[in-house]
Design a protein. Sequence first.
Length: 249
Amino acid sequence: MVLLRTCVALALLAFAATAPAAEIVVSAAASLSNAMRDIIALHARVQPGTTVLLNVGASDVLVAQIAKGAPADVLATADEDSMDRAERHGLLISATRHAFARNRLVLVVPTGQPAARLGDLPSARFTRIAVGNPASVPAGRYARAALERAGLWSAIAPRLVFGENVRQVLDYVARREADGGLVYATDVDAAGGRVRAVDDVTVEPPILYPVALVKTSEHPDEARAFARFLDGPAARAILARHGFALPEP
């Protein structure tokens, strides 16, 4: 009997050692790229039984992908509007939705260029201005709203260059293909010193990042565990290191 129990225990251990890890897909806004990669790397060390794959893109594109059947277990967007759209399409487990991070919008110029304020954008200095496409990019919607509030949108509309995600906007400025651009504060470091933030842009409502579980997830327990990890102190420390703030209580 003792031998039988020992054999069973060894067999269970062998099965646990060889059982494939659960694999989940986290679809996250492009502006979360660097922070999310670091969070996933840490998660892999503390939760080795789950493999997390990262899919990044413009928030609206991610929602469209999931609506068309693309695999995803966790969705993290850069604004509430895109998450609202996902919820209206019945793509989410609604009770799991909550904001986990906050960001700021800034005006950037190529490094070495003089400082500027938002109100300077109509000047001759800015012949090309990069912003996210408001039709599909949350940063673009925030940018348009801020520019309209400042009475600048119509004046600079002919000079606008639209990016399909916020990192593309950043690249336009970093490569000096645009004289300035509106990006998230957290994206500035991703340019490797090729751009600098010169003005904070007032945005209402605040820039919040919601996360939710996707209804069609084949690994809901693992997806839920990752979302809990995202709210934990270790992940929050990583978010802070990348310039994100906590949502207002």
